[in-house]
Design a protein around this ligand. Structure first.
Ligand code: IMP
Ligand code: MG
Length: 170
């Protein structure tokens, strides 16, 4: 598989993002909400760069079923989410593709009377958003290819790779 973003590039970028996020929140307590399962590795590395009072929550959203690389129907499982009322929430996902997942999650979180909401993604695919969506923090813009690694999967494989690679031979 062709490596698009190396492990070192990812780690360097996360240090930058961590600095920016810590400056923006300015010692305010933040609840980071990670979208399972893809954000797991990004979330774990990012929070260790955040010098802020911090809580972690998780929510599950899935739109890829098994071996499909085109999004299917979105399924949200909010049971894992702690009580976020009144909190400053930073929603973290692995990748912004069509925008379906994040726009649904944003609507869901806003309905929970939170104090504020920002969104961060590791990757944003260029030219794929059919629901306009502007994240507050973006790690890397990438071309329209199906990518795996660093949390991102194909049929639940490859999440453990420390880099982002373009999936070949699907
Ligand atoms: P969206 O709802 O179309 O924006 O898709 C977002 C979700 O689809 C992400 O949270 C990923 O789980 C998954 N996804 C989108 N593109 C890729 C990819 O290239 N590789 C792996 N997963 C992807
Ligand atoms: Mg995902």
């Amino acid at each position: 598989m062709k490596i698009l973003i190396s492990a070192e590039q990812i780690q360097d970028r996360i240090v930058d993002l961590g600095r920016r996020i810590a400056q923006d929140y300015h010692e305010r307590a933040v609840t980071i909400v990670g979208v399972l399962t893809g954000s797991l590795i990004f979330l774990a590395d990012l929070v260790r760069q955040l010098n802020l009072p911090l809580r972690i929550g998780l929510i599950q959203a899935s739109s890829y079923r098994g071996a499909a690389t085109e999004p299917g129907e979105l399924h949200l499982a909010p049971e894992l989410l702690p009580d976020v009322r009144g909190r400053h929430v930073l929603l973290i996902d692995d990748i912004l593709d069509t925008g379906q997942t994040l726009s649904h999650l944003v609507a869901h979180l806003r309905s929970l009377e939170i104090a504020s909401l920002r969104v961060g993604v590791l990757l944003r695919k260029i030219g794929r958003q059919n629901i306009p969506f502007q994240p507050d923090y973006v790690g890397f813009d990438i071309p329209n290819a199906f990518v795996v690694g660093y949390g991102l999967d194909y049929n639940d494989e490859y999440r453990h790779l420390p880099y982002i690679a373009e999936l070949s031979n699907q």
